[in-house]
Design a protein around this ligand. Structure first.
Ligand code: NOJ
Length: 531
C-alpha cells in the first residue's frame, strides 16, 4: 500500500475546468476574464478543488473562441494582461492550488504571423509549417477529408493556387507536425508557460496532430445516419490518430518532465484501446488522456459498469485513470441525465478511481440553456445549423447570485443566462444543506478525508438492474459505493455487509447503519463505510 504522499497532486486532487468567457466578468464588457477568475478564488477554495484548467486565454480573433490562437505567448486583451495572469498564478499557488493552461498545438489562427507568412508565397520559409497541397485534377480538393465542423477540410488559396488543410474552421489551419521547426516552436511555447509557473497543459485534439503522409482518402462510415454531422460520413482513418503521433506526445511529455511536478493532459476522443495508447510506451505519453466515457455512454447502470471495468482493465499498469461528466464541447450532465440523476453522477465522478475533472457550473446542476437564434455565437452551430451540434447552450455564464446578470457581469453577458438563475446560483446553494453545491462540496471534502476515495483500489461489486456498485479500498478501510441509476427504489444484496452510511445523494441518511440488504431510494446513491 502506498501512502497518500506517494501520489501527485493531479492524481489525488479534483480538477475544475473554467471556461473563462463565462466564469466572471470583472470589467463590464459581458465577457469573463482573468480578473474575474481572481475574484472567485475564494469560492473555488471553499468548494475544495485542487487545480484549475483554463480554456484558452491567448491572443485570438475568437473565430472559435480562443481555440484559434494568433499569439501563443500573449494574453488576449478581452481576458486581461500578462500581469493579470501572473497575479492569478501567484494567487492560485498561494492557496496551494494549481493552474493548468490550454495548449492548442494542432492548428493556429489564420491570423497567426506564421500562417500569414506561409500564405504569402509558395516559396515562403514558413510554407511547410502548414499542410499545403496542389488541387486534384479538375481543381478539386486534394482528397475527401472532412472538417469536424462540416464541409471539406481543404480551403483553396486563390493567390498561391494551393489548398491548405484545416480539421476545424478554415480560420484554423493545421500545422505540419512533421516539420521539426514546428515542433521546436511549439515546445518553446510550452517552456515559456512552464517557466512562468503554469502547472501543466490540457492539450487540444492531441489525436489530430499527425495525418497520413500520403493523404489517402478516408473510407465511408457504414454507420452514418442522415441528420448526423457531415464529418461522421467518413471514418477518419487517415486524418486522425496516426500511430506516429505517439512520438510527438512523448516529446511533449519530455518537455513537461523537465520541470518539477507538472501535468500533461490530452484531449483524445477515441475507443478505449486506442485511447489508452496515449499513456505512451512505459508511461512516457500523456499523464491523463481524457476519458470521456461518462459523457458518451447511455446513462444505464449495466453499460457504465461494463465501461468502468473495461477501462480499469485496459489501463496500463502505470496509467492513472480520470473521469469527466461535461465540458465546453458536450451537453451539460444535468441535461443529459436529468436533475435527480445529476446528483448520482456527482457521486460517481467523485468516487471512481482516478482524477475527477469537473466542468464549471455542474456543481450547481446547471443545465443547457436554450439560445435564441439571434444570440447564437458558436461557429459550430453556424456551420451546421439546427442539428444540435451548437455548444453555446453549455457555455452560458456562471450564476453567482440573484442580482442583475446573476453577478456575472455589469454589462450584457455574451450568452444568455439560464432562466432559473434566481434560484440556481452559488449564493442560494451555498446556504442550502440539500443543494447540489453542498453535495459536491461534501463529496470533494470526503475525497480529501478518505484516502480510499482519493487513491484506493477499485473493486467491482456485483449488482443488478439499475444499481451500480463498487468498493474503494485503502489499507484497512473499505468504502462501498452503491448508486441507483433508476427511477424506482432498489434493493441490493451485499453478503455480510455491516456498515454506516457516510453520505447519501439525498443528504439525509448520514450515520444510518447499512446491512446485507441495502435499500436505495429512486435516484439515490450512498457511500457506506464498511466495518
Ligand atoms: C477541441 C476544443 O475543445 C473545441 O472547443 C475546439 O473547437 C476544437 N478542439 C478545435 O480547437
Amino acid at each position: 500500500m502506498h501512502d497518500l504522499d506517494d501520489y501527485r497532486w493531479w492524481q489525488k486532487g479534483t480538477i475544475y475546468q473554467i471556461y473563462p468567457r463565462s466564469f466572471q466578468d470583472s470589467n463590464g464588457d459581458g465577457i469573463g476574464d482573468l480578473g474575474g477568475v481572481l475574484q472567485r478564488l475564494d469560492y473555488l477554495e471553499w468548494l475544495g478543488v485542487d487545480a484549475l484548467w483554463l480554456s484558452p486565454i491567448f491572443s485570438s480573433p475568437m473565430a472559435d473562441f480562443g481555440y484559434d490562437i494568433s499569439d501563443y505567448r500573449a494574453i488576449d486583451p478581452r481576458f486581461g494582461t500578462m500581469e493579470d495572469l501572473d497575479r492569478l498564478l501567484d494567487a492560485v499557488h498561494a492557496r496551494g492550488m494549481k493552474l493548468i493552461l490550454d495548449l492548442v498545438p494542432n492548428h493556429t489562427s489564420d491570423q497567426h504571423p506564421w500562417f500569414r507568412e506561409a500564405r504569402a508565397s509558395r516559396d515562403s520559409p514558413k510554407r511547410d509549417w502548414y499542410l499545403w497541397e496542389d488541387p486534384a485534377p479538375g481543381g478539386d480538393p486534394p482528397n475527401n477529408w472532412l472538417s469536424v465542423f462540416g464541409g471539406s477540410a481543404w480551403e483553396y488559396d486563390e493567390a498561391t493556387g494551393q489548398y491548405y488543410y484545416h480539421a476545424f474552421l478554415a480560420a484554423q489551419p493545421d500545422l505540419n507536425w512533421r516539420n521539426p521547426d514546428v515542433r521546436t516552436a511549439m515546445f518553446d511555447v510550452m517552456r515559456f508557460w512552464l517557466d512562468k509557473g503554469a502547472d501543466g497543459f490540457r492539450v487540444d485534439v492531441m489525436w489530430h496532430l499527425l495525418k497520413d503522409e500520403r493523404l489517402r482518402h478516408n473510407p465511408p462510415n457504414p454507420d452514418y445516419r442522415p441528420g448526423q454531422p457531415e464529418h461522421a460520413r467518413l471514418v477518419p482513418a487517415y486524418s486522425e490518430d496516426q500511430y506516429e503521433v505517439h512520438t510527438i506526445v512523448e516529446q511533449m511529455r519530455a518537455v513537461t518532465d523537465a520541470y518539477d511536478d507538472r501535468v500533461l493532459i490530452g484531449e483524445v476522443y477515441l475507443p478505449l484501446g486506442r485511447l489508452v495508447a496515449y499513456y505512451g510506451p512505459e508511461g512516457r505519453g500523456a499523464h491523463l488522456p481524457f476519458n470521456f466515457q461518462l459523457i458518451l455512454l447511455p446513462w444505464e447502470a449495466r453499460r457504465l459498469d461494463a465501461a468502468v471495468n473495461a477501462y480499469e482493465g485496459a489501463l496500463p499498469s502505470n496509467g492513472w485513470p480520470n473521469w469527466v461528466l461535461s465540458n465546453h464541447d458536450k451537453p451539460r450532465v444535468a441535461s443529459r441525465v436529468g436533475p435527480a440523476q445529476a446528483r448520482v453522477a456527482a457521486m460517481l465522478l467523485l468516487t471512481l478511481r482516478g482524477t475527477p475533472i469537473l466542468y464549471y457550473g455542474d456543481e450547481l446542476g446547471m443545465e443547457n440553456v436554450a439560445i435564441p437564434p439571434d444570440r447564437v455565437q458558436d461557429p459550430r452551430e453556424m456551420k451546421e445549423p439546427g442539428i444540435g451540434v451548437g455548444r453555446d447552450p453549455f457555455r452560458t455564464p456562471m450564476p453567482w447570485d440573484e442580482g442583475p446578470n446573476a453577478g456575472f457581469s455589469e454589462g450584457i453577458p455574451w450568452l444568455p443566462l439560464g432562466a432559473d438563475y434566481k434560484s440556481r446560483n452559488v449564493s442560494a446553494q451555498q446556504s442550502d444543506p440539500d443543494s447540489m453545491l453542498t453535495l459536491y462540496r461534501r463529496l470533494i471534502a470526503l475525497r480529501k478525508d478518505e484516502p480510499a476515495l482519493a487513491v484506493g483500489d477499485f473493486v467491482p461489486v456485483p449488482a443488478e438492474g439499475d444499481v451500480l456498485a463498487y468498493d474503494r479500498v485503502h489499507g484497512g478501510r473499505r468504502l462501498l459505493i452503491a448508486l441507483n441509476l433508476g427511477r424506482q427504489p432498489q434493493q441490493m444484496n451485499y453478503a455480510g455487509l455491516s456498515g454506516r452510511i457516510l453520505l447519501s445523494t439525498h443528504c439525509d441518511r448520514e450515520g444510518d447503519s447499512a446491512h446485507a440488504t441495502l435499500r436505495l431510494r429512486a435516484d439515490e446513491g450512498v457511500i457506506v463505510a464498511v466495518r
